[in-house]
Structure formats: C-alpha cells, structure tokens
Write a protein that binds this ligand. Structure first.
Ligand code: PGA
Length: 242
C-alpha cells in the first residue's frame, strides 16, 4: 500500500506560504516521489491557487472541512463540490478541533464524509480519544464508537486518521505499542485497502518509528507540515509502497 503523508495547515498560511510548497518541491528535486502520496490541506482560501500551480509536481491538495450539502443558504460554509471544483483531491472531516469547537457529532461527520465521496473526492475521517478517555481505559471503545458512527456505508475508498486528542499540538505521542493496538483495532473494523493514518505530534524525530508500525499507512501532520524543512523528512520517512 502507498503511504499517504498529509499536512493539515489548520488556520495558518497566507498567499506567501506558497514559498513553503516551492521549497518542498525543490527538496523533492522537482516532483514528489511516486512511491508515496503527498497531500497538503491549506486554508480553503489557498486550495484553488495551489492546486492550479503545483498539481503537476505530484503534490495533492485538500480541504480541512466541508458542509454536508452541495449548495444552499449556509453562509460561510463550503461544499465538497466546491473543493472538487477548486482542484482538491481529499477533504478532512471530523477533526477533533471541528468536533470540539463546532460541536460536530459522528452523524455530522458521516454526512460530510458521504458528501465528499459524492463529490468524487476522498474523505479523511478523523477519530481519537481524549486524555480522560484513555486514562479511563476507554480508548478502543471511544474510537470504535466514532468509527461506527462516522464512516458512511460505502464501497468507495476513504481514509481514517487516528488522532488522540491529547497528542495534537502537545508534543506528546502514545507509545508505539499503543499506536499499534489502536491501528490493529481500526483495521479489524475497516477493509484491508483503507489507509489508516496516525496523527498527533508527528515530527521528523519520531516519523520513521511511527510510520513503520503495521497498519499505520501514513500520517496526518499539523504543526510540522507548515515548514518544508520539517515536512520533507516526514514524507521521506514513510516506507516505499505501490
Ligand atoms: P499536530 O496536529 O501534528 O500539530 O499535533 C495534528 C493534527 O491535528 O492533524
């Protein structure tokens, strides 16, 4: 399976941040290696211009969230169809920051993921337990419930990202054994061809060890995706696949 290394820029990046894309392309010697997939999800304002300018260099672009409807009276929202129109290939749905800041439920996430598939794009469906849930020994139960509630009934391809909430932006990561346990569990609930990403404080120093774990098929990278100097070694740490 080909690894997917996805950068989630969150609410970071103005037009000038294209210099980081150009720097990444330069580090790739002009084009991303074809034995792994490289995705950047910049703020929605940048998706169309980045996709138009850089898609030839084998970097893909995606959205960070979308509305479940195709169009309509939803001021400020963006549909999956709009991301497709802008040249996106993926849309992240159900990130824990969306679940926490905007009260998104599993049912909301499922509807968004279905909308992404209907638009012909691939959803990256995020799940993960809080620190309290892990301490209470409930990580697998929580992740299992989120998976059951958030993944649409489909034969299309989607991606699952396991991101423990307490590991996001904190510099903390689960042990390799804990990552392996959750990823094996998610695999037992999903098809064999579905890529499972780990996310939460992935950085150059820990990427190789995490990406070598069975059933970790890539990474969803926040802070360390903003600078090409950090993101490039993470991309290259992924095992080669086809
Ligand atoms: P982080 O964020 O890499 O900064 O921890 C990951 C994410 O939220 O996708």
């Amino acid at each position: 399976m080909k690894s997917l290394i996805a950068g989630n820029w969150k609410m970071n990046g103005l037009a000038a941040a294209k210099s980081e894309i150009e720097s990444l392309i330069a580090k790739f010697d002009g084009s991303a290696p074809d034995d792994r997939d490289v995705l950047i999800c910049p703020p929605a304002t940048l998706v169309a211009s980045f996709a138009a300018e850089y898609s030839d260099e084998a970097i893909q672009f995606g959205g960070q969230d979308c509305h479940a409807n195709t169009s309509g009276a939803h001021t400020g929202d963006l549909s999956a169809e709009m991301f497709a129109d802008a040249g996106a290939a993926f849309v992240i749905v159900g990130h824990s920051e969306r679940r926490a800041d905007h009260g998104e439920t599993d049912a909301d996430v499922k509807a968004k993921a279905a909308a992404v598939l209907a638009a012909g794009l691939t959803p990256i469906i995020c799940v993960g337990e809080t620190e309290g849930e892990r301490k209470a020994g409930k990580a697998l139960e929580i992740v299992g419930n989120q998976l059951a509630g958030s993944i649409p009934d489909t034969s299309d391809t989607y991606v699952v990202a396991y991101e423990p909430v307490w590991a996001i932006g904190t510099g903390l990561t689960p042990t390799i054994e804990d990552i392996a346990e959750v990823h094996d569990f998610i695999r037992s609930k999903t098809r064999d061809d579905i890529r499972l990403l780990y996310g939460g404080s992935v950085k150059p120093a820990n990427a190789q060890e995490i990406l070598a774990v069975t059933n970790v098929n890539g990474a969803l990278v926040g802070g360390a995706s903003l600078k090409a100097d950090d993101f490039h070694p993470i991309v290259m740490a992924a095992p080669s696949g086809s």
